[in-house]
Design a protein around this ligand. Structure first.
Ligand code: AMP
Ligand code: MG
Length: 451
């Protein structure tokens, strides 16, 4: 029985495993249709076209060092004591044609001559190597006007020279569809003259908070109210995953408001709501969704969190997350993150996980997959994971204090201290930090050179 003595409507609730729930959601997601975006907007996005090089990079053979372009054969046997003297016939700065020095003829390096070249300059015809300034008498006598140069060291053909196409050969396919574009990929595209690129675009994610007690962060608090933190945490998670978050406000626990707010989400690729899906009297989101769309309400075997819903409103998928701030994050990571990654066209939807030794016992009655807020650290080459003190589903500081989620399987009634558990990271930088610590602590095998 419930408020006003009326029987609580019996709502069919599915009890679902985490993997099954994720599977049921992911079935409905596929990479977004490719779109052309400016290069700088493509960082982290998945390429949807093959990139074939129309040109070579570098486009011409050029000097890799500042120095003198020479014929390698001329420098045989050169030393500081017995330098080889070459006549300087011109100068080639980077960019533009080789400037001619004292003559109109095309610069050619003939036997016994050299051209003064700067890094990136076209290698003059006839030359096949560059002698660095440091290996000539120019270091001892940097006078701007000189007719000859003394070479102190022999160079071999090709030394300090970057051949045309050394990086990319014209006609080859350099990047394949499915590639996740990082800084170097963008550089390659720029080098090939591309300023736009076809990718799976960033999904737009509408984020709706719900609850009569929830107010915007810049409002004063009246008794019983709390500030909307979920929308901000979720927006940040969306952005971190590669999506574009759009906050569409806070809906009161009544259908008309929910309806109006959700209308603002039209055109989004995904809607995330938080709150209103548990068993309370005023949890209206699930009733609304059930009435207006194709919807399933679930009780997921997950802790924190449990109540969740998934369905469509006007064709837009909706993942209804629990209201408790930590539960919302955990549910986002398990259900919304892989959905977003799939929209983005990522091949790998799973987060990075490592195994670590639990330092303290964790209770797990209730047969749910328990995502324990914890700190992982490397001690004596072993990964140790320690739960943060407060595991409350509303305690966001637990996520700040820790750096990972330790996962206790649903069929473990407890995880004793010393057991090996999987650990999942929610903050990409933590993974790098941990890897670095691990590498720094790794013993260097005997015989390897000191670094
Ligand atoms: P609910 O799932 O609506 O019953 O909410 C569960 C708990 O989460 C309640 O204590 C809510 O006040 C809290 N909560 C719901 N939405 C938010 C939000 N947007 N920001 C912070 N806390 C929230
Ligand atoms: Mg609520």
């Amino acid at each position: 029985m419930t408020r006003r003595g009326q029987p609580r409507p019996t709502l069919p609730q599915h009890l679902l495993g985490v993997d099954e729930a994720r599977q049921r959601i992911l079935e409905h997601f596929a990479p977004l249709p490719p779109r052309r975006v400016p290069l700088l907007d493509a960082l982290g996005l998945v390429l949807a076209e093959p990139i074939c090089a129309q040109e070579s990079v570098p486009p011409f053979t050029n000097a890799a060092m500042d120095g003198y372009a020479v014929r390698a054969d001329d420098t045989g046997g050169a030393s500081r004591e017995r330098p080889v003297r070459l006549r300087i016939v011109g100068e080639a700065p980077a960019g533009g044609a080789t400037t001619r020095w004292r003559t109109d003829r095309t610069q050619r390096v003939e036997a016994g001559t050299a051209v003064r070249v700067m890094t990136g300059a076209v290698l003059p015809p006839g030359a096949d190597a560059v002698v660095r300034f440091e290996e000539t008498d120019e270091v001892d006598d940097p006078s701007p006007v000189r007719e000859t140069v003394s070479i102190f060291r022999p160079v071999s053909a090709g030394e300090n020279v970057r051949p045309a196409g050394e990086d990319i050969r014209a006609g080859t396919t350099v990047l394949h569809p499915g590639t996740i574009l990082g800084p170097a990929h963008l550089g390659i595209l720029a080098a090939l003259g591309r300023t736009w690129v076809l990718v799976h675009p960033r999904p737009e994610v509408a984020i709706l908070a719900t609850g009569d007690e929830v107010v915007p962060p810049d409002y004063p608090l009246y008794p019983g109210q709390i500030r909307n933190s979920n929308s901000y945490t979720l927006a940040a998670l969306v952005r971190q995953t590669g999506g574009i978050p759009r906050l569409i406000g806070i809906a009161a626990d009544q259908e008309a408001d929910l309806e109006a707010r959700l209308r603002a989400a039209r055109g989004a690729d995904l809607i995330l709501t938080s709150g209103g899906v548990s068993q309370g009297d005023y949890d209206r989101v699930k009733e609304f969704l059930r009435a207006r769309g194709r919807f399933e309400i679930w009780q997921v075997r997950i802790k924190p969190g449990k109540p969740m819903a998934f369905g469509f409103i006007d064709g837009v998928p909706v993942i209804a997350l629990p209201g408790n701030p930590v539960a919302a994050v955990v549910a986002f990571l398990q259900f919304a993150r892989p959905a977003l990654l799939r929209l983005l066209g990522y091949p790998e939807l799973e987060p990075l996980r490592v195994r670590a030794v639990l330092t303290r016992r964790i209770d797990n009655s209730g047969q749910r997959r328990h995502f324990v807020r914890a700190t992982v650290e490397v001690r004596d080459g072993t990964l140790l994971v320690t739960p943060v003190p407060n595991q409350g589903a509303g305690v966001l500081s637990g996520l700040v204090a820790g750096n990972c989620l330790a996962i206790i399987p649903e069929d473990w009634p407890e995880a004793p201290a010393g057991s090996l558990v999987e650990v999942e990271f929610y903050e990409p930088s933590q993974v790098y930090r941990l890897l670095a610590t691990r590498m720094l602590n790794a013993t260097i095998p005997e015989g390897s050179p000191p670094t």
